[in-house]
Design a protein around this ligand. Sequence first.
Ligand code: CP
Length: 307
Amino acid sequence: MKHIISPLDLSLEELNDLLETAEEIVANPKRFSDACKGKKLATLFYEPSTRTRLSFEAAMLNMGGSVLGFSSADSSSAAKGESVADTIRVISCYADICAMRHPKEGAPYVAAQYASIPVINAGDGGHNHPTQTLTDLLTIKNLKGRLDNLTIGFCGDLKFGRTVHSLLNAMVRYPNVRFIMISPYELRIPEYLREEVLDAQNIPYEETRNLEEALPKLDLLYMTRVQKERFFNEEDYIRLKDSYILDKKKMTYAKKDMLVLHPLPRVNEISVEVDNDPRAVYFKQAQYGVYIRMALIKKLLEENETC
Ligand code: CP
């Protein structure tokens, strides 16, 4: 049984195949309208979501499948104390594949141990968000034209931002990629990523607090929200939440072809005046999320011979 818990659960070859399928879907979505007819996707969301849950559901509906699930722990039997292990055993009887978001790191991994259907991690705590990474890769490949030879700036909450952790793990697999980590000291990238991913593979990177100084060097700027829900005290959140606000003036320091990505939701970190800048691609990025999730659901169902 193939599950997607981390972006590294896909080999580079599988990743590139998936991106290719997503591009075929973009070019001719009708060709895939019956690809999952008769199949069911369960969305088990123990944490709030707009894009991930609804793009998973749109993806399955676009391929002729059906969806079922819950959108908060409160509306499921988790509120009565049911374990993830028991829940997934039951869901395995009702659906052919599932996407799970959970506030606890590792919960989708636990689910995968007990599931008899493929489990896709739709975000686990501050850990990983592999389908956001697939979305980001498809966006970069299509709008930048390449996944190699890039200087990528990650800006904002690099400590708790699971989309950053996942994308970093994926991008180090491509040649000549370097990073500039832009964050307050308290929200720096976790030590384990610095040591086990960047240093271990000799990936060039810098750390700075200064967005303006970093901007002229970047091919991509990946902005992130400060993750209020992961802070232990509100005072720290309030102090750090507006550390970076990308506005029109700051965009004048950037290259003419630098792209601005953001997994969304945005709070204050990108001023709405940037939205009409052609380099701001975060809403296109959200659209790509549907196509890559279609490709992923199709692949997993085919591999598990249920599609
Ligand atoms: N990017 C993302 O995960 O958005 P949601 O929290 O709305 O799913």
